[in-house]
Write a protein that binds this ligand. Sequence first.
Ligand SMILES: O=C(O)C(=O)C[C@H](O)[C@H](O)COP(=O)(O)O
Length: 208
Amino acid sequence: MTTGRDVLELSPVLPVVVLDRAEDAVPVAESLLAGGIRAIELTLRTPVALEAIARVAAEVPGIVVGAGTVTRPEHARQAADAGASFLVTPGATDSVLDGAFATGLPFLPGAATVSEAMRLAERGLDTLKFFPAEASGGAPALSAIAGPLPDLRFCPTGGITPASAPRYLALPNVGCVGGTWLTPKDALAARDYARIEALAKEASTLER
Ligand SMILES: O=C(O)C(=O)C[C@H](O)[C@H](O)COP(=O)(O)O
C-alpha cells in the first residue's frame, strides 16, 4: 500500500464506518472481509476511533485499515501511530496536507471543485476523494471533470447508495466509491454482522 491508487484498487466500495464501541471494530472488519471487501475507513468522528484502528490493524490482517475524517494536522500522525495504512480527508487545507504528507502514508484528500482538484494536483496528488459527491453534482460533475483533468482519479463519497454507485463506477476517473451504507447505524447498534456481511457481498461484486 504505497499510493492513493493502490487504495482505490482494493474494492469497488470503500466502507466509511463510524463506531461508538472499540470492541465492535474487529467483528465489523471481519464481516466486511467475509463479504469480499478489502478496505475499511474508520472515521475519527468518535473518541474510540484510534483504538478501533489499532485493533483492526493488529487483529484483521486481511483488510487494509485507514483513518477518515482527518481534519487537523495532528490527526494524521495519531492515525499513523495507531496503525492506519491510509488517510482520508473531507477537504484539504495546507496544514492538513502537510500533516498527511509527513506521515508518508498514502492519502485521499477531499475536493469538491475543479480548482480544489487542480491545487491538489499541483502538490503531486493524483488520487482524490470527491466530497460531498451527490451534493456537488454527482456522477455528471465527475464525468465533466474528466475532460480537462483526465489524469486524476477519484473516490466519490457523500450520499452515494447501492442504486447510484454503478453510475460513478462506470466513469473512467472513478476507482471506487465511498459510503456508510455497508455499516448502517442500526445494524452496528444491534451487532447485526450478518447484515453487514450481506451488504458487503453486494458491494464487493459491483462492476467497475
Ligand atoms: O467523515 C468524513 O470524513 C467525510 O468526509 C464524510 C463521509 O465520507 C460521508 O459522510 C459519507 O457518508 P454517506 O453519505 O452516509 O455515505
